[in-house]
Design a protein around this ligand. Sequence first.
Ligand code: G3P
Length: 190
Amino acid sequence: MKLYLDSANLGHIKEVASWGVLSGVTTNPTLIAKEDPSVDVKERILEIHNIVGGHLSVEVVSMNAEGMIKEAEEICSWFPLATIKVPMCPEGLKAVKELSKRNIPTNVTLIFNPIQALAANNAGASYVSLFMGRLDDIGMNSTEILSDISEIWYAQSLESQIIAASIRNPLHIVSAAKLGVHIATVPYNV
Ligand code: G3P
């Protein structure tokens, strides 16, 4: 299972990259603003890209497919290997369908159940991100839900990759690895 860092902190990313265990980074607007609310997003994303080189998910903030696609085009003009992080919702699925036609990789985020994961896969997502911590927060068993997704993925030989996201503790990482999940995106403190 590959490990990504869920962070926009350059120091943390540099440190973990130096350990040789880092395959990518996932970001979101909150993580970027947390580091420095006045930061230029493009500048910060390119700084992260220069450190990591590998996978880098950059999230769109538009509310409709048209806006999301426009943002994706802009992000891909910064660096062509960007993965566009799109929220799980009908407009997000529309955007994923269009971006997949253009061979732009997408990471569908804010997935909370197997049906959403399947819908994202079928729309053409390259990655589907299940939010483990947020599920546990509302009294759901995130490991069971991840297990259902993993079972479906292997039964159906689906090609998109599962990301265990919203990781809050080491046991989330262990569960994801045991279930054959492809990637865990982990905050620095964990
Ligand atoms: O990768 C998703 C992550 O940034 C959300 O994590 O801890 O805010 O639920 P959390």
